[in-house]
Design a protein around this ligand. Sequence first.
Ligand SMILES: Cc1ncc(C[n+]2csc(CCOP(=O)(O)OP(=O)(O)O)c2C)c(N)n1
Ligand code: SF4
Ligand SMILES: [Mg+2]
Length: 335
Amino acid sequence: MTDTLLTDGASDEVPPTTRADWQSDQEVRWCPGCGDYSILTALQLLMPELGARREKTVFVSGIGCAARFPYYMNTYGMHSIHGRAPAIATGLALARPDLDVWVVGGDGDMLSIGGNHLIHALRRNIDINILLFNNQIYGLTKGQFSPTSEKGKITKSSPVGSCATPFNPVSVTHDMDRHHMQEMFRRSYEHPGTSMVEVYQNCNVFNDGAFETITKKAVRDDMLIPLRHGEPIRFGSEGQFGVARHDGGVELVEVADVGVEGLLVHDETRPDPSTAFALSRLAESPDRPTPIGVFRAVDRGEYAVAMNAQVDEARAARGKGDLHALLHSLPTWTV
Ligand SMILES: Cc1ncc(C[n+]2csc(CCOP(=O)(O)OP(=O)(O)O)c2C)c(N)n1
Ligand code: SF4
Ligand SMILES: [Mg+2]
């Protein structure tokens, strides 16, 4: 897209934006210390680098602490209905394929009440960027267990421990590493079709330290497994650990045992999703070495392109429709 100002004619070049352009005048109302702040900062700093335009950008959210995000971005936005952000964003992206549409929601919003809408957005491959802030808790409603809370989690709504097995969506990035977050957001922005970034986000009030076992500086090297396309999957402070194929899936290994040549080379473009899935299952919960990065990036026909092509074809064959005539084309009933 070329950006030009259509107003005064003096200059048709649009000036680059700065972080301040993306900050709204709304008071940020997250609790002090909440991980949501660092995600907001990462994105506001990244937007100018992406060359994104505020007037072409929309943030849609559902309900929850995470869902307050659109207030703080100086763009178009909608704080919508609990769980329905992917559905609303779908309509918008279809009607206005020229816009950059982002969806922001928490683990409750996207995976409980909104689970259905999320999977259908992914299935259709609408061109939207979904950011899932996973803090493994319902933050806004004061700390009930969520679909990503670990088994046995004691909360006000599970006083003797949750007995539900948690969802483990994909562990893509975390709020303690701004550069990694920005790289993931950039990849999400550039991907044609639906992209989903799960951010491990600390809720310091109702679930403090949920990801500490893997994200704390002292343990990070041994607990986070960076996925880099085309490179052997290797980690550890000395590069001493890695991931290898095992029994149709993958397993953690020591490089001393299998050699570098025995490690799995990460291929995010592999059409078969089974390896990406196996990697996403490597850590059952975020207390064991956990892969982060782009698990899978494949191009598949984007829905709005296909749907709008059908509309164009129908118009070319049958002319522009007349909604009023259509609505009155069949008998009506008086009840
Ligand atoms: C239809 C409906 N059901 C329930 C609620 C109550 N509610 C508001 S936010 C929320 C969950 C928030 O958790 P999450 O999506 O994880 O966001 P967080 O606050 O942790 O960022 C719930 C259950 C609601 N607002 N609307
Ligand atoms: S309740 Fe938790 S997620 Fe919500 S603003 Fe406070 S710290 Fe953040
Ligand atoms: Mg949550």
